[in-house]
Design a protein around this ligand. Structure first.
Ligand code: SAH
Length: 221
């Protein structure tokens, strides 16, 4: 992967992004703010230059450390489920390429994102595009622990497959908050939207089948 200052975002990329937006609309994404954020962010900057054209196909791609950048539909779907409001404080587990984190930051959220792979955490640190988002803060750590010192959060998004609902994260969710978490094993996961009401009660909704890389315990040097 290369994060070079020389990469450009030209009319071709912008045209491909407009086509991607049409695909996402056909697949049921209707939140204008989500679509605008995806249209504004050059996804090809997050991938190896060899993938420039296919960066705008609706599919996941390999990135460093055997991880993946989520499929645009999955990013859009999870983001839409969060019902983001400007200035929401959002915790993301699984920074990966930081694409999802940038979508959240582009929508005006204050984003706290955690990555457990040192290689990916360091790599993303050299990524010039992130300078556009002073409202995006990155952490190297274990997402199962969350960020108790920065809690509570209005929203939590997990972008790796959790074996079960990580209870410790729910304690970091504000009353009235929403967490979107794929829960399951390597055969597949259910996308759960978990809402905490003002009384602190938890409501769970199942929003269909997905496939993510696993959420792993502990940090990896
Ligand atoms: N949101 C990312 C998707 C990355 S794939 C993007 O937009 O590109 C999932 C990521 O979760 C991987 O980078 C993986 O290393 C990370 N991950 C897995 N378990 C984790 C944990 N316990 N804490 C933090 N990150 C974790």
């Amino acid at each position: 992967m290369l994060h070079s200052k020389l990469r450009e975002d030209n009319y071709l990329h912008k045209g491909l992004r407009r086509q991607l937006i049409q695909i996402l609309i056909k697949k049921g994404i209707n939140n204008e703010k989500v679509l605008a954020a995806i249209e504004n962010i050059p996804r090809h900057f997050f991938l190896d230059p060899a993938f420039e054209r296919i960066a705008y196909e609706d599919r996941a791609f390999p990135i460093a450390a055997n991880q993946t950048i989520s499929q645009p539909f999955t990013v859009a779907f999870q983001t839409q489920l969060l019902e983001l409001k400007k200035f929401d404080k959002v915790l993301e587990i699984g920074t990966g390429s930081a694409y999802q984190a940038c979508v959240l930051a582009e929508m005006g959220a204050t984003v706290f994102t955690i990555e457990r792979q040192k290689e990916l955490y360091d790599f993303v640190g050299h990524f010039f595009f992130l300078k556009n988002y002073p409202n995006l803060k990155r952490f190297y750590g274990d997402g199962f622990v969350g960020l108790p010192t920065f809690a509570p959060f209005n929203k939590i998004i997990v972008t790796a497959a959790a074996p079960k609902i990580p209870e410790q994260l729910l304690t970091q969710l504000k009353p009235g908050g929403i967490a979107v978490i794929p829960v399951g094993n390597d055969q597949g996961q259910k996308m759960l939207r978990i809402t905490k009401n003002m009384e602190g009660e938890i409501l769970e909704e199942d929003l269909g089948d997905f496939l993510f890389v696993p959420m792993l315990t502990g940090k990896n040097k």
